[in-house]
Design a protein around this ligand. Structure first.
Ligand code: SAH
Ligand code: SF4
Ligand code: F3S
Length: 471
């Protein structure tokens, strides 16, 4: 049996893509290994969103140079967004690489591996660039690769990602995704629903719908348009599914019908990730985000009105081209005002091929970006902790995911484990429990909080000796 090692970085799309690639290769008789050196085929699923992500992959490849020289029969492949963005450059920077495959061509991996094994030499499969063909040809070169599902490859067997949209057409000036993932395409609702049923049949209780701008999802056929809110309504009917989440949202498309669906459908989590990116209108304009800070505020008001308990999270880029201290201060104010549950904060990283790289100098010094990053992070952490305090002495419903990071480092020792899981609003909860509880929904009473974690104890009415011992 051939052994496959796969390393995944980047967003949830990549986690899902890796699941599909593993599923397709298992059908070809491959077996997954966690040991790089034991593998016959080594795949890196890569990300290009910031330079740091690419540098990490190139250094990992660099470390393989000697290994590959000593084991020339092993196959090294680079897949994902960096493969699509760098294409032949991957072979130039790491000449021993055998395979380069963009995210829109992953279904070809089994054939390409066979070609390499039969002496065909290095192989490359990438999608067309945004100006390299007719709209239809370009769309078709970015194929979805979704029907193959493999529970064994998921972070847990009872949680899964489900792609409802591929690509992105927003073209924010800093971003590579419209290049690497191609044009925005909503998958047909019937396909999505069938896939959700398969997942539920496989024992999946939670699905997270994926799209770069998931709430812009639209599918038109036979004169009917299906929106995300309609899709949520249909998915809600599926027996077995108990939680439905969706990421990432685009502020302009956070419409009333969607918020009403979140409010009215109990299985839909009141968790909304809606990146703002900046609190300055001039910067938003230069980013070409398509909304103003006032629009964002209005959206927040709409969320608070319709889903008052929603946990809202955001992304911010600090040190974007030309960002002044005063403009950064506006971002700081927006975070203070919106009180996000959490924000991911990134230092602007110039990406070749984007409009920003072409037209605007990356002129904010690195240490200024670092300072702004720290300031914003400190504020966000303070807010996160304050919001978490409201959970003290409350009981939350937790889907138990598995041993906590601490427990994993300790290894399993005895029947009581420190477990981790999430609330419907995506808060991480840590508590003591047993192996048997993994995959279950449990009520947990919270007695301690930090900025990123709630700590609690399982509540039970049928107090048996085993549960008594775990408090
Ligand atoms: N489609 C999602 C996000 C995709 S990338 C959305 O539009 O919200 C995830 C996050 O990475 C973005 O929200 C942005 O904050 C950040 N990001 C993207 N390009 C970046 C760049 N060139 N430099 C720094 N951060 C970037
Ligand atoms: Fe990138 Fe903007 Fe598309 Fe998000 S919406 S993937 S940031 S271009
Ligand atoms: Fe990275 Fe591609 Fe996702 S660039 S963030 S892996 S869509």
């Amino acid at each position: 049996m051939k052994k496959l090692y796969i390393e995944t970085v980047g967003c949830q799309m990549n986690v899902l893509d890796s699941e599909m690639v593993v599923a397709s290769l298992r059908r070809e008789g491959y077996e997954l290994t966690a040991e790089l050196t034991a593998a016959d085929t080594i795949l890196f699923n890569t990300c290009s969103v910031r330079e740091q992500a690419e540098n990490k992959t190139y250094s990992a490849l660099g470390r393989l140079r000697k290994f590959k020289r000593e084991n020339p029969g092993k196959i090294v492949g680079v897949m994902g967004c960096m493969a699509q963005k760098d294409q032949r450059l991957v072979f130039e920077r790491a000449p021993f690489v055998d395979l380069v495959v963009g995210p829109g061509q992953l279904q070809r991996i089994p054939d390409l591996l066979r070609e390499i094994e039969s002496g065909g030499g290095p192989q490359m499969a990438v999608s067309l660039g945004r100006r390299e063909g007719s709209a239809d040809e370009i769309r078709r070169s970015h194929e979805t690769f979704d029907p193959l599902r493999d529970p064994a490859m998921r972070p847990t067997p009872f949680q899964a990602f489900l792609r409802i949209q591929i690509g992105c057409d927003k073209f924010c000036t800093y971003c590579v995704v419209p290049m690497t993932r191609g044009p925005e395409q909503g998958r047909p609702p019937a396909e999505i629903i069938a896939e959700a049923r398969t997942l539920a049949d496989q024992g999946c209780v939670e699905i997270t719908l994926l799209g770069q701008t998931v709430n812009s999802y639209r599918h038109r056929s036979e004169g009917r348009t299906t929106r995300l809110s309609d899709l949520l309504g249909s998915l809600h009917e599926i027996d077995g599914l108990r939680r439905i989440k969706f990421v990432t949202n685009y502020p302009k498309d956070m419409t009333r019908d969607l918020l009403e669906a979140v409010r009215d459908l109990p299985k839909v989590s009141p968790y909304l990730h809606v990146p703002a990116q900046s609190g300055s209108n001039r910067i938003l304009e230069r980013m070409k985000r398509g909304y103003t800070v006032e629009d964002y505020r209005e959206m927040m008001a709409r969320i608070r009105e319709l889903v008052p308990d929603a946990a809202v999270t955001s992304d911010f880029i600090v040190g974007f081209c030309g960002e002044t201290d005063a403009e950064f201060a506006l971002t700081y104010d927006l975070v203070a005002e919106c009180r996000f549950k959490n924000s991911f904060i990134f230092k602007y990283s110039e990406r070749t091929g984007t409009k920003a790289a072409e037209l605007m100098p990356d002129d904010v010094p690195y240490d200024v970006k670092q300072w702004r990053n720290n300031e914003l992070l400190q504020l966000q952490n303070r807010i996160a902790e304050e919001l978490n305090q409201e959970f003290l002495a409350r009981t939350v419903e937790v889907l138990v995911e598995g041993p906590s990071d601490w427990q994993k480092r300790q290894g399993a020792a005895g029947p009581v484990l420190q477990l981790t899981g999430r609330t419907p609003c995506d808060r991480i909860v840590v508590f003591d429990g047993t192996e048997r509880q993994i995959g279950q929904f449990l009520p947990v009473a919270i007695y301690e909080v930090s900025a990123h974690t709630l700590f609690g104890a399982v509540v039970t009415h049928e107090v048996g000796p085993e549960l008594l011992s775990i408090g």
